[in-house]
Design a protein around this ligand. Sequence first.
Ligand code: ADP
Ligand code: GN1
Ligand code: MG
Length: 369
Amino acid sequence: MSRDKTDLIRIAEKFEIEGELENVTPHGNGHINDTFLLTCRMTPEKVRKYILQRMNHEVFKDPAGLMENVMGVTTFLQKKIKENGGDPEREALNVIPIKGGGTYCKEEDGTFWRVYRFVENADSFDVVKRPEDFYESAVAFGHFQKLLEDYPAESLHETIPNFHNTIDRMDKFKKAVEADSMHRAAEVEREIQFVLEREEDCHVLCDMLASGEIPLRVTHNDTKLNNIMLDHETGKGICVIDLDTVMPGSALYDYGDSIRFGANTGEEDEKDLSKISCDLELFALYTKGFIEGCGGSLTETEIKMLPMGAKLMTLECGIRFLTDYLEGDHYFKIHRPEHNLDRTRTQFAMVKDMEDKWSKMQEIVEHYL
Ligand code: ADP
Ligand code: GN1
Ligand code: MG
Protein backbone atom coordinates (compact mmCIF):
# COMPACT_ATOMS: atom_id res chain seq x y z
CA MET A 1 0.00 0.00 0.00
CA SER A 2 1.70 3.20 -1.13
CA ARG A 3 -0.37 5.34 1.27
CA ASP A 4 -0.58 4.94 4.97
CA LYS A 5 -3.75 3.61 6.45
CA THR A 6 -4.72 6.77 8.34
CA ASP A 7 -4.66 8.69 5.10
CA LEU A 8 -6.88 6.11 3.40
CA ILE A 9 -9.30 6.19 6.34
CA ARG A 10 -9.41 9.99 6.21
CA ILE A 11 -10.29 9.85 2.48
CA ALA A 12 -12.83 7.05 2.94
CA GLU A 13 -14.62 8.99 5.65
CA LYS A 14 -15.36 11.78 3.19
CA PHE A 15 -17.89 9.42 1.59
CA GLU A 16 -21.40 8.44 2.72
CA ILE A 17 -20.32 5.04 4.02
CA GLU A 18 -22.50 3.37 6.65
CA GLY A 19 -21.26 1.88 9.91
CA GLU A 20 -17.95 2.22 11.73
CA LEU A 21 -14.96 1.98 9.36
CA GLU A 22 -12.88 -0.89 10.76
CA ASN A 23 -10.36 -1.76 8.10
CA VAL A 24 -8.83 -0.74 4.76
CA THR A 25 -6.89 -3.33 2.76
CA PRO A 26 -5.50 -3.42 -0.80
CA HIS A 27 -7.81 -5.37 -3.08
CA GLY A 28 -7.90 -7.00 -6.53
CA ASN A 29 -5.42 -7.33 -9.37
CA GLY A 30 -6.30 -4.45 -11.68
CA HIS A 31 -3.45 -2.96 -13.73
CA ILE A 32 -4.68 0.64 -13.61
CA ASN A 33 -6.40 1.98 -10.49
CA ASP A 34 -5.42 1.55 -6.81
CA THR A 35 -8.22 -0.45 -5.21
CA PHE A 36 -8.96 -0.93 -1.50
CA LEU A 37 -11.58 -2.86 0.41
CA LEU A 38 -13.33 -0.95 3.21
CA THR A 39 -14.89 -2.98 6.00
CA CYS A 40 -17.46 -1.15 8.11
CA ARG A 41 -19.07 -2.51 11.25
CA MET A 42 -22.88 -2.07 11.25
CA THR A 43 -23.73 -4.24 14.29
CA PRO A 44 -21.68 -6.81 16.26
CA GLU A 45 -22.80 -9.45 13.72
CA LYS A 46 -22.97 -7.46 10.53
CA VAL A 47 -20.39 -5.70 8.35
CA ARG A 48 -20.84 -3.65 5.19
CA LYS A 49 -18.13 -3.51 2.56
CA TYR A 50 -17.16 -0.87 0.03
CA ILE A 51 -14.53 -0.41 -2.66
CA LEU A 52 -12.36 2.70 -2.36
CA GLN A 53 -10.47 3.51 -5.54
CA ARG A 54 -7.83 5.99 -6.54
CA MET A 55 -8.56 6.72 -10.16
CA ASN A 56 -5.41 6.71 -12.24
CA HIS A 57 -5.38 10.24 -13.60
CA GLU A 58 -2.24 9.63 -15.66
CA VAL A 59 -4.31 7.16 -17.66
CA PHE A 60 -7.67 8.92 -17.37
CA LYS A 61 -6.86 12.58 -17.99
CA ASP A 62 -10.41 13.80 -17.31
CA PRO A 63 -11.64 12.21 -14.05
CA ALA A 64 -14.69 14.51 -13.99
CA GLY A 65 -15.76 13.32 -17.47
CA LEU A 66 -15.00 9.75 -16.46
CA MET A 67 -17.27 9.99 -13.41
CA GLU A 68 -20.00 11.59 -15.53
CA ASN A 69 -19.85 8.51 -17.76
CA VAL A 70 -19.92 6.15 -14.77
CA MET A 71 -22.91 7.97 -13.23
CA GLY A 72 -24.76 8.07 -16.53
CA VAL A 73 -24.19 4.40 -17.30
CA THR A 74 -24.85 3.07 -13.80
CA THR A 75 -28.06 5.10 -13.41
CA PHE A 76 -29.26 3.89 -16.81
CA LEU A 77 -28.42 0.26 -15.99
CA GLN A 78 -30.02 0.43 -12.52
CA LYS A 79 -33.28 1.66 -14.06
CA LYS A 80 -33.35 -1.13 -16.64
CA ILE A 81 -32.40 -3.79 -14.10
CA LYS A 82 -35.25 -2.61 -11.86
CA GLU A 83 -37.72 -2.68 -14.75
CA ASN A 84 -36.60 -6.24 -15.53
CA GLY A 85 -37.24 -7.29 -11.93
CA GLY A 86 -33.56 -7.48 -10.94
CA ASP A 87 -31.70 -6.02 -7.94
CA PRO A 88 -30.14 -2.67 -8.99
CA GLU A 89 -28.00 -2.54 -5.83
CA ARG A 90 -26.21 -5.72 -6.79
CA GLU A 91 -26.47 -6.11 -10.55
CA ALA A 92 -24.96 -2.72 -11.38
CA LEU A 93 -22.18 -0.70 -9.80
CA ASN A 94 -23.44 1.80 -7.20
CA VAL A 95 -21.43 4.97 -6.66
CA ILE A 96 -21.39 6.16 -3.03
CA PRO A 97 -21.56 9.97 -2.91
CA ILE A 98 -19.37 12.35 -0.97
CA LYS A 99 -20.92 13.73 2.23
CA GLY A 100 -22.48 16.99 1.17
CA GLY A 101 -22.64 16.02 -2.51
CA GLY A 102 -20.43 15.00 -5.41
CA THR A 103 -19.34 11.65 -6.81
CA TYR A 104 -15.59 11.79 -6.21
CA CYS A 105 -13.00 13.84 -4.35
CA LYS A 106 -9.73 15.44 -5.29
CA GLU A 107 -6.97 15.39 -2.71
CA GLU A 108 -4.37 18.12 -2.21
CA ASP A 109 -1.73 15.93 -3.84
CA GLY A 110 -3.80 15.90 -7.04
CA THR A 111 -5.18 12.35 -6.68
CA PHE A 112 -8.83 11.49 -7.39
CA TRP A 113 -10.92 9.06 -5.32
CA ARG A 114 -14.33 7.36 -5.46
CA VAL A 115 -16.24 4.70 -3.54
CA TYR A 116 -18.47 1.89 -4.82
CA ARG A 117 -20.79 -0.39 -2.93
CA PHE A 118 -19.04 -3.79 -2.71
CA VAL A 119 -20.79 -6.52 -4.70
CA GLU A 120 -21.35 -9.14 -2.00
CA ASN A 121 -21.46 -12.93 -2.39
CA ALA A 122 -19.68 -12.82 -5.71
CA ASP A 123 -16.11 -13.25 -6.99
CA SER A 124 -14.01 -11.98 -9.86
CA PHE A 125 -11.44 -14.41 -11.26
CA ASP A 126 -7.99 -13.93 -12.75
CA VAL A 127 -8.06 -17.28 -14.53
CA VAL A 128 -10.83 -19.51 -15.80
CA LYS A 129 -11.17 -22.25 -13.18
CA ARG A 130 -14.42 -23.71 -14.48
CA PRO A 131 -15.49 -23.46 -18.13
CA GLU A 132 -19.04 -22.60 -17.05
CA ASP A 133 -17.73 -19.44 -15.35
CA PHE A 134 -16.29 -18.30 -18.65
CA TYR A 135 -19.58 -19.07 -20.40
CA GLU A 136 -21.53 -17.09 -17.77
CA SER A 137 -19.13 -14.15 -18.14
CA ALA A 138 -19.83 -14.21 -21.89
CA VAL A 139 -23.59 -14.10 -21.39
CA ALA A 140 -23.20 -11.22 -18.95
CA PHE A 141 -20.85 -9.15 -21.12
CA GLY A 142 -23.10 -9.73 -24.14
CA HIS A 143 -26.14 -8.77 -22.10
CA PHE A 144 -24.37 -5.67 -20.78
CA GLN A 145 -23.88 -4.47 -24.32
CA LYS A 146 -27.47 -5.30 -25.17
CA LEU A 147 -28.71 -3.27 -22.17
CA LEU A 148 -26.72 -0.28 -23.41
CA GLU A 149 -28.09 -0.58 -26.95
CA ASP A 150 -30.20 2.57 -26.58
CA TYR A 151 -27.81 4.52 -24.34
CA PRO A 152 -27.15 8.00 -25.78
CA ALA A 153 -23.65 7.36 -27.11
CA GLU A 154 -23.07 11.04 -27.93
CA SER A 155 -23.27 11.90 -24.21
CA LEU A 156 -20.25 9.74 -23.37
CA HIS A 157 -16.83 11.31 -22.85
CA GLU A 158 -14.02 9.51 -24.64
CA THR A 159 -12.12 8.65 -21.46
CA ILE A 160 -9.09 7.37 -23.40
CA PRO A 161 -9.10 8.66 -26.96
CA ASN A 162 -8.44 6.00 -29.64
CA PHE A 163 -8.48 3.28 -26.98
CA HIS A 164 -8.97 0.38 -29.42
CA ASN A 165 -7.82 2.17 -32.56
CA THR A 166 -5.27 -0.40 -33.68
CA ILE A 167 -3.87 1.90 -36.37
CA ASP A 168 -3.15 4.53 -33.72
CA ARG A 169 -1.71 1.86 -31.39
CA MET A 170 0.65 0.81 -34.21
CA ASP A 171 1.73 4.43 -34.78
CA LYS A 172 2.45 4.94 -31.09
CA PHE A 173 4.37 1.68 -31.00
CA LYS A 174 6.55 2.73 -33.94
CA LYS A 175 7.29 6.05 -32.24
CA ALA A 176 8.31 4.22 -29.07
CA VAL A 177 10.65 1.97 -31.10
CA GLU A 178 12.16 4.96 -32.82
CA ALA A 179 12.63 6.98 -29.62
CA ASP A 180 13.93 3.93 -27.74
CA SER A 181 14.15 6.07 -24.62
CA MET A 182 15.13 3.17 -22.33
CA HIS A 183 17.55 1.55 -24.83
CA ARG A 184 15.50 -1.63 -24.80
CA ALA A 185 14.67 -1.97 -28.50
CA ALA A 186 17.69 -4.12 -29.41
CA GLU A 187 16.82 -6.81 -26.89
CA VAL A 188 13.22 -7.09 -28.20
CA GLU A 189 14.00 -7.14 -31.92
CA ARG A 190 12.03 -10.38 -32.39
CA GLU A 191 8.91 -8.97 -30.76
CA ILE A 192 9.21 -5.74 -32.77
CA GLN A 193 9.34 -7.77 -35.99
CA PHE A 194 6.32 -9.80 -34.89
CA VAL A 195 4.30 -6.57 -34.71
CA LEU A 196 5.58 -5.08 -37.96
CA GLU A 197 4.72 -8.28 -39.87
CA ARG A 198 1.09 -7.77 -38.81
CA GLU A 199 0.69 -4.11 -39.73
CA GLU A 200 -2.04 -4.89 -42.27
CA ASP A 201 -4.17 -6.64 -39.64
CA CYS A 202 -4.24 -3.45 -37.60
CA HIS A 203 -6.38 -1.80 -40.27
CA VAL A 204 -9.10 -4.41 -40.61
CA LEU A 205 -11.61 -3.44 -37.91
CA CYS A 206 -10.86 0.29 -38.06
CA ASP A 207 -11.63 0.25 -41.80
CA MET A 208 -14.83 -1.73 -41.31
CA LEU A 209 -16.05 0.70 -38.64
CA ALA A 210 -15.16 3.67 -40.83
CA SER A 211 -17.05 2.25 -43.83
CA GLY A 212 -20.05 1.28 -41.70
CA GLU A 213 -19.64 -2.45 -42.47
CA ILE A 214 -19.76 -3.03 -38.73
CA PRO A 215 -21.71 -0.73 -36.37
CA LEU A 216 -20.39 1.54 -33.67
CA ARG A 217 -22.02 0.57 -30.37
CA VAL A 218 -21.70 1.51 -26.71
CA THR A 219 -19.26 -1.09 -25.43
CA HIS A 220 -17.34 -1.88 -22.24
CA ASN A 221 -13.92 -2.11 -23.90
CA ASP A 222 -12.14 -3.89 -21.02
CA THR A 223 -13.91 -7.23 -20.76
CA LYS A 224 -11.38 -9.39 -19.02
CA LEU A 225 -12.65 -11.99 -16.62
CA ASN A 226 -11.69 -10.05 -13.50
CA ASN A 227 -13.99 -7.23 -14.57
CA ILE A 228 -17.09 -9.27 -13.88
CA MET A 229 -18.51 -10.49 -10.58
CA LEU A 230 -19.84 -14.06 -10.63
CA ASP A 231 -22.54 -14.91 -8.11
CA HIS A 232 -21.52 -17.49 -5.45
CA GLU A 233 -24.89 -19.21 -5.49
CA THR A 234 -26.05 -19.16 -9.09
CA GLY A 235 -22.66 -18.91 -10.82
CA LYS A 236 -24.13 -16.22 -13.09
CA GLY A 237 -22.30 -13.04 -14.07
CA ILE A 238 -24.13 -10.81 -11.64
CA CYS A 239 -22.40 -7.47 -12.16
CA VAL A 240 -20.12 -5.99 -14.80
CA ILE A 241 -17.54 -3.74 -13.12
CA ASP A 242 -14.66 -1.45 -14.17
CA LEU A 243 -16.76 0.91 -16.27
CA ASP A 244 -13.96 3.44 -16.86
CA THR A 245 -13.69 2.64 -20.55
CA VAL A 246 -17.38 2.42 -21.48
CA MET A 247 -17.30 4.31 -24.77
CA PRO A 248 -18.49 3.95 -28.33
CA GLY A 249 -16.68 0.93 -29.81
CA SER A 250 -17.24 -2.39 -31.52
CA ALA A 251 -18.86 -5.55 -30.16
CA LEU A 252 -15.76 -7.28 -31.52
CA TYR A 253 -13.61 -5.40 -29.01
CA ASP A 254 -15.61 -6.74 -26.07
CA TYR A 255 -15.76 -10.25 -27.46
CA GLY A 256 -12.10 -10.22 -28.48
CA ASP A 257 -10.71 -8.91 -25.22
CA SER A 258 -12.49 -11.63 -23.26
CA ILE A 259 -11.09 -14.35 -25.53
CA ARG A 260 -7.61 -12.81 -25.27
CA PHE A 261 -7.63 -13.18 -21.50
CA GLY A 262 -9.96 -16.06 -20.69
CA ALA A 263 -9.43 -18.55 -23.54
CA ASN A 264 -5.68 -18.48 -22.96
CA THR A 265 -4.51 -21.72 -21.33
CA GLY A 266 -1.88 -19.71 -19.46
CA GLU A 267 -1.91 -16.53 -17.42
CA GLU A 268 -1.34 -13.13 -18.95
CA ASP A 269 2.14 -12.90 -17.45
CA GLU A 270 3.20 -16.57 -17.70
CA LYS A 271 6.93 -16.94 -18.32
CA ASP A 272 6.72 -20.46 -19.73
CA LEU A 273 5.34 -19.89 -23.21
CA SER A 274 4.72 -23.61 -23.74
CA LYS A 275 1.73 -23.10 -21.44
CA ILE A 276 0.17 -20.50 -23.74
CA SER A 277 -2.43 -21.47 -26.31
CA CYS A 278 -5.94 -20.62 -27.41
CA ASP A 279 -8.27 -23.22 -25.90
CA LEU A 280 -10.82 -23.90 -28.64
CA GLU A 281 -13.36 -25.34 -26.24
CA LEU A 282 -13.29 -22.16 -24.20
CA PHE A 283 -13.35 -20.17 -27.42
CA ALA A 284 -16.50 -22.03 -28.52
CA LEU A 285 -18.13 -21.66 -25.13
CA TYR A 286 -17.53 -17.94 -24.94
CA THR A 287 -18.75 -17.48 -28.52
CA LYS A 288 -22.01 -19.24 -27.66
CA GLY A 289 -22.53 -17.23 -24.46
CA PHE A 290 -21.69 -13.88 -25.99
CA ILE A 291 -23.98 -14.34 -28.99
CA GLU A 292 -26.78 -15.43 -26.64
CA GLY A 293 -26.15 -12.52 -24.27
CA CYS A 294 -26.29 -10.04 -27.15
CA GLY A 295 -29.81 -11.35 -27.74
CA GLY A 296 -29.80 -11.38 -31.53
CA SER A 297 -28.32 -7.90 -31.91
CA LEU A 298 -25.04 -8.91 -33.59
CA THR A 299 -25.03 -8.57 -37.38
CA GLU A 300 -23.89 -11.39 -39.69
CA THR A 301 -20.73 -9.45 -40.48
CA GLU A 302 -19.95 -9.00 -36.80
CA ILE A 303 -20.38 -12.73 -36.17
CA LYS A 304 -18.19 -13.55 -39.16
CA MET A 305 -15.48 -11.23 -37.83
CA LEU A 306 -15.42 -12.62 -34.28
CA PRO A 307 -12.15 -14.55 -34.78
CA MET A 308 -10.58 -11.36 -36.11
CA GLY A 309 -11.83 -9.51 -33.02
CA ALA A 310 -10.12 -12.09 -30.82
CA LYS A 311 -6.86 -11.96 -32.74
CA LEU A 312 -6.73 -8.18 -33.00
CA MET A 313 -7.52 -7.50 -29.35
CA THR A 314 -4.74 -9.92 -28.39
CA LEU A 315 -2.29 -8.37 -30.84
CA GLU A 316 -3.26 -4.87 -29.70
CA CYS A 317 -2.77 -5.73 -26.04
CA GLY A 318 0.65 -7.21 -26.82
CA ILE A 319 1.55 -4.04 -28.74
CA ARG A 320 0.44 -1.94 -25.74
CA PHE A 321 2.52 -4.01 -23.28
CA LEU A 322 5.55 -3.80 -25.58
CA THR A 323 5.12 -0.05 -26.10
CA ASP A 324 4.97 0.39 -22.32
CA TYR A 325 8.08 -1.75 -21.89
CA LEU A 326 9.95 0.35 -24.47
CA GLU A 327 8.81 3.56 -22.77
CA GLY A 328 9.85 2.50 -19.26
CA ASP A 329 6.69 0.90 -17.82
CA HIS A 330 4.75 4.06 -17.05
CA TYR A 331 1.23 2.83 -17.97
CA PHE A 332 0.53 -0.69 -16.65
CA LYS A 333 1.37 -1.55 -13.05
CA ILE A 334 4.30 -3.94 -12.94
CA HIS A 335 5.33 -6.21 -10.09
CA ARG A 336 8.75 -7.28 -11.40
CA PRO A 337 11.27 -6.05 -13.97
CA GLU A 338 10.34 -7.24 -17.48
CA HIS A 339 6.76 -7.85 -16.36
CA ASN A 340 5.47 -6.01 -19.42
CA LEU A 341 7.83 -7.99 -21.64
CA ASP A 342 6.54 -11.28 -20.22
CA ARG A 343 3.00 -10.05 -20.84
CA THR A 344 3.92 -9.06 -24.40
CA ARG A 345 5.27 -12.53 -25.11
CA THR A 346 2.16 -14.33 -23.87
CA GLN A 347 -0.02 -12.13 -26.08
CA PHE A 348 2.09 -12.78 -29.15
CA ALA A 349 2.23 -16.53 -28.45
CA MET A 350 -1.56 -16.46 -28.21
CA VAL A 351 -1.82 -14.56 -31.53
CA LYS A 352 0.46 -17.11 -33.20
CA ASP A 353 -1.58 -19.99 -31.85
CA MET A 354 -4.79 -18.37 -33.11
CA GLU A 355 -3.21 -17.98 -36.55
CA ASP A 356 -2.39 -21.69 -36.52
CA LYS A 357 -5.96 -22.55 -35.50
CA TRP A 358 -7.62 -19.96 -37.74
CA SER A 359 -9.76 -22.30 -39.82
CA LYS A 360 -11.05 -24.07 -36.69
CA MET A 361 -11.96 -20.75 -35.08
CA GLN A 362 -13.84 -19.75 -38.22
CA GLU A 363 -15.68 -23.08 -38.30
CA ILE A 364 -16.87 -22.58 -34.71
CA VAL A 365 -18.18 -19.13 -35.48
CA GLU A 366 -19.81 -20.11 -38.81
CA HIS A 367 -22.14 -22.34 -36.86
CA TYR A 368 -23.97 -19.14 -35.77
CA LEU A 369 -24.36 -17.63 -39.26
P1 ADP B 1 -8.72 -1.63 -12.48
O1 ADP B 1 -9.15 -0.58 -13.44
O2 ADP B 1 -7.45 -1.30 -11.81
O3 ADP B 1 -8.73 -2.97 -13.10
P2 ADP B 1 -11.21 -2.43 -11.17
O4 ADP B 1 -12.33 -1.44 -11.10
O5 ADP B 1 -11.33 -3.52 -12.16
O6 ADP B 1 -9.84 -1.62 -11.32
O7 ADP B 1 -11.05 -3.05 -9.71
C1 ADP B 1 -10.02 -3.97 -9.41
C2 ADP B 1 -10.60 -5.23 -8.77
O8 ADP B 1 -11.32 -4.86 -7.56
C3 ADP B 1 -11.63 -5.97 -9.63
O9 ADP B 1 -11.00 -6.88 -10.51
C4 ADP B 1 -12.48 -6.66 -8.57
O10 ADP B 1 -11.87 -7.84 -8.11
C5 ADP B 1 -12.49 -5.66 -7.41
N1 ADP B 1 -13.70 -4.78 -7.43
C6 ADP B 1 -13.82 -3.58 -8.06
N2 ADP B 1 -15.04 -3.05 -7.86
C7 ADP B 1 -15.72 -3.93 -7.07
C8 ADP B 1 -17.04 -3.93 -6.46
N3 ADP B 1 -17.88 -2.92 -6.63
N4 ADP B 1 -17.38 -5.02 -5.70
C9 ADP B 1 -16.51 -6.03 -5.51
N5 ADP B 1 -15.26 -6.07 -6.03
C10 ADP B 1 -14.86 -5.04 -6.80
C1 GN1 C 1 -6.01 -2.98 -18.06
O1 GN1 C 1 -7.80 -2.01 -15.68
P1 GN1 C 1 -7.66 -3.47 -16.00
O2 GN1 C 1 -6.57 -4.13 -15.24
O3 GN1 C 1 -9.00 -4.12 -15.87
C2 GN1 C 1 -6.29 -2.12 -19.28
C3 GN1 C 1 -6.90 -2.97 -20.39
C4 GN1 C 1 -5.97 -4.12 -20.74
C5 GN1 C 1 -5.68 -4.92 -19.48
C6 GN1 C 1 -4.66 -6.01 -19.71
C7 GN1 C 1 -7.84 1.29 -18.89
O4 GN1 C 1 -7.25 -3.48 -17.56
O5 GN1 C 1 -7.12 -2.18 -21.55
O6 GN1 C 1 -6.54 -4.95 -21.72
O7 GN1 C 1 -5.18 -4.05 -18.42
N1 GN1 C 1 -7.18 -1.02 -18.93
C8 GN1 C 1 -6.91 0.24 -19.33
O8 GN1 C 1 -4.72 -6.91 -18.67
O9 GN1 C 1 -5.95 0.52 -20.05
MG1 MG D 1 -10.27 -4.09 -13.86
